[in-house]
Design a protein around this ligand. Structure first.
Ligand SMILES: [Zn+2]
Length: 473
């Protein structure tokens, strides 16, 4: 295999997590057993027999034998004939009994070739999507956090790809080119400041020139920022504590636009010998933002010139649609009851909740998979999800929404500004602001829930692996 696929495959095989998923997903399905290795392939259980029975494997006379060659005859009833390199000891005999028990489950399809099946998709056929989903759900790395913020279509796709490669440190900085002997190591200094070697984190974060652009952007919003060592960590931390969803998008896009603008300036200095000042790069950041905001669906009212004159107009808020709702004379109360449970995989958790009318009739239920975290944080995410669903449904505007949580601490985090872990502040601020968004809600602690959510969620057969909302009313 040559070209880009070779590079991709090499990268995958070096990633232990990817290798583990491949091992977990691939299973040999027996036909006549001629193309399946008895000891090495996964065919009768999730692990190869050489790992399940290591003592026996060490004594196997033919470690590369096929499954078919181990059969005593053509009929399964005739059993197995496994040749050993030395006599089996009593402990080996015990392992061998267990192996014989297991082999009783083997099923052959005479005359059919063995086939490879992919267990992570119901069709049995490999798909990139199923592989990615498995990897994404299992990945606890910083990069997986970062990838959630990427690929939102806020900037042109080629720039998203460029920023992604920069986050992975896969772009050709001068340090990298010098390491490959493409340029002399004496020329590996940063073209923006000439004072340090140009690697990814220097060029985009720590270079005095790049720093002027970041400090200017943060200064527009009265923020100061302490830069972490890597670009990846910087993007993971890059968030603005505000409820304005449009500005959150602007803030996210700004990171990518600044990276791109610094890169363009760096290239212009190297390839065309043209230098722009930090102020000119800042202007380009605003111009690019103004062009790309126009491609979003939000009806942003300001022109590029207005953004250049007053960048603060980027903190514009999407006007809320006025929806005529018929208010009921006596508003009913609806109650959300949270439900947190560990997933079988133990690497994730599942949060859920059900919404009940006053007489206990279920109206709605949701379920979604989140990364593994403590009970309180999971409970907070569940409260957040229930409020999101309530806010997105106009019918609720006439109802009082009560949220019952059996985590006293999570309720305290939600109700008191300043409480709760820093990494959940964004979510907690959203929870605290729903009143201003037009939802009449109250979050309260209740050790024994008024209604049971488990039955509702189970009775609907909700998939607990994906984000699901089911309406019953
Ligand atoms: Zn520099």
């Amino acid at each position: 295999m040559r070209g880009p696929w070779q590079v991709l495959c090499n990268a995958l095989t070096k990633n232990q997590e990817a290798v583990n998923i491949m091992k977990k997903g691939i299973r040999k399905q027996l036909g006549d057993g001629h193309e399946t290795l008895f000891w090495h392939d996964q065919w009768i259980q999730e692990t190869p027999l050489k790992q399940a029975f290591p003592r026996l494997f060490r004594k196997a006379l033919h470690p590369l034998a096929s499954v078919a060659s181990m059969r005593a005859g053509t009929n399964l009833e005739e059993g197995w004939e496994i040749p050993w390199s030395c006599p089996l000891r009593p402990r080996d005999q015990r392992e061998f009994s267990a192996l014989r028990e297991l082999l009783k489950e083997a099923r052959f399809s005479t005359g059919q070739p063995d086939q490879v099946t992919w267990l992570l998709h119901k069709s049995g056929t490999f798909s990139v999507n199923s592989f990615y989903l498995e990897m994404y759900q299992n990945s606890q790395t910083l990069l997986s956090e970062v990838s959630r913020k990427m690929w939102c279509g806020l900037v042109p796709f080629r720039i998203e790809i460029f920023v992604w490669l920069a986050l992975l440190e896969r772009i050709n900085t001068r340090v990298k080119l010098a390491a490959r002997n493409i340029i002399p190591s004496s020329e590996s200094n940063c073209p923006l400041c000439s004072s340090a070697p140009e690697d990814t984190s220097h060029l985009f974060l720590h270079c005095p020139f790049a720093r002027m652009v970041w400090v200017w952007w943060c200064g527009l919003w009265d923020l100061s920022w302490v830069w972490p060592l890597s670009l990846e960590a910087a993007y993971a931390q890059w968030s603005f504590p505000c409820k304005n969803q449009f500005f959150q998008k602007v803030w996210n896009a700004a990171f990518q636009v600044i990276i791109w603008s610094i890169w363009k300036e760096r290239n212009s200095r190297i390839f065309t010998n043209l230098n722009s000042s930090a102020q000119e790069v800042q202007t380009m950041v605003l111009l690019r933002l103004s062009w790309w905001i126009k491609t979003w669906k939000d009806p942003f009212p300001y022109s590029s010139n207005e953004i250049l004159r007053t960048p603060q107009c980027l903190s514009w808020q999407v006007p809320r649609k006025k929806v005529q709702t018929q208010r009921l004379p006596t508003p009913d109360k609806l109650t959300w009851v949270m439900n947190i449970s560990p997933s079988p995989a133990q690497r994730n958790r599942v949060i859920g909740g059900a919404l009940f009318s006053m007489n206990g009739e279920p109206w709605c239920a949701f379920s979604c998979l989140i990364p593994y975290m403590d009970d309180c944080s999971a409970e907070t995410l569940a409260i957040h999800r229930s409020l999101q669903i309530s806010l997105n449904n106009v019918r609720f505007r006439s109802h009082q929404i009560e949220i019952e949580s059996h985590s006293k601490e999570a309720v305290s985090w939600c109700l008191n500004p300043g409480n709760g872990p820093w990494n959940l502040q964004f979510i907690l601020n959203f929870i605290r602001s729903v009143g201003r968004r037009g939802l009449r809600s109250r979050i309260k602690f209740r050790s024994l829930p008024t209604f049971s959510t488990t039955d509702v969620i189970n009775s609907l057969g909700l998939s607990r692996k994906s984000d699901t909302v089911v309406w019953m009313n």
